[in-house]
Write a new protein. Structure first.
Length: 318
């Protein structure tokens, strides 16, 4: 149960007096320390059992309680409302965990993060149960670390960090499992829980987003999508460069925004390059260079390298 986990998720956070908005889902045990860390924050709590709201340890903290089953009912908040959503073992009971994870991301600010945890299906205790012919987690979904990370990346989170919470095995158990063929990279077999910090943006982009207003970011996203899908291309590219100059964009920011906003970045860059003049094409090349440095997959890096080479050759021909 979630109550058995020490409140280590808060180790991801730094105390401050900023007026943040924080949502806690079911994990009421975090509330006293959370209030101490963030005295000026607006803290919201969602739980299916309203009786828990009357417990002495969570009373008088100035939080807003709501009785609601997050697995069955939508959260009644606006998009990009919260700085943090905190909940242990959130996805274990979900019929479709990606729906819940993606749904939570909808309520997070672009600079926000989802803090959660999950039981490690590769922990020695689970493996030992299976070897003994038992499995006691029939009402819960257990994950391995790579599977959980893929789930979060597929749910619109851009930066996923995990920390182990370990419970050591009895003497000889790990040696026995390793001898039987189980990998134990980073002591995975003794990691009972993984603690997770999943941010909506890459760290560097989260900082960059504070440079521009939400309305400016929406305008930029619209321009990028129109260029990506070749909607009145010449006019939209001209509007993009006018906007670029007016708000003071720069290649690193623009490249990271393309990575987040565009479904087909290669198509976007080709359209932008084709409809830009010589000086603007230099900026496109700078954007590609920044994007290549920030690439997170081999496929993405190869695609960007191919464009860099192709556009460099076109520059030399000109």
């Amino acid at each position: 149960m979630a109550e058995k986990i020490r409140p280590e998720l808060l180790s991801f956070l730094t105390a401050s007096e900023l007026p943040l908005r924080i949502l806690v889902v079911e994990s009421l045990g975090y509330l006293p320390e959370l209030r101490a860390m963030f005295p000026e924050a607006s803290i919201y709590v969602v739980a299916a059992d309203a009786d828990r709201f009357e417990r002495p340890e969570v009373s008088g903290l100035g939080v807003q309680f709501l009785e609601l089953n997050y697995l069955a009912e939508p959260l009644p908040y606006g998009p990009e409302f919260f700085d943090y959503i905190i909940s242990d073992l959130t996805l274990e009971q979900a019929g479709n965990p990606q729906d819940i994870a993606a749904g939570f991301s909808h309520f997070l600010k672009q600079t926000g993060a989802f803090l959660t945890s999950f039981r490690n299906i590769r922990h020695w205790s689970v493996v030992q149960e299976l070897m003994d012919g038992h499995y006691y987690q029939v009402v819960a979904r257990l994950f391995a670390k790579p599977e959980f990370e893929k789930l979060l990346y597929a749910s619109y989170y851009k930066d996923v960090r995990v920390r182990p919470q370990r419970r050591a095995a009895p003497e000889g158990v790990i040696d026995h499992l390793v001898a039987a063929g189980f990998d134990n990279l980073h002591d995975d077999l003794e990691t009972e829980y993984w603690l997770v910090f999943a941010a909506r943006s890459m760290p560097e982009l989260s900082l960059l987003k504070s440079f521009y207003t939400a309305e400016q970011r929406k305008k930029l996203a619209r321009l990028l999508h129109r260029i990506e899908y070749d909607v009145n291309l010449v006019a939209q590219v001209a509007a993009f460069w006018a906007f670029y100059a007016r708000v003071g964009l720069f290649p690193d920011y623009a490249a990271n925004f393309v990575k987040e906003a565009c479904f087909h970045p290669e198509r976007f860059y080709r359209h932008l390059f084709a409809a830009s003049d010589a000086s603007q094409r230099e900026t496109v090349r700078a954007m590609l260079g920044a994007a290549r440095e920030a690439a997170t997959t081999e496929e993405e890096a190869r695609m960007l390298a191919r464009l860099v080479e192709e556009f460099s050759e076109k520059g030399a021909e000109a």
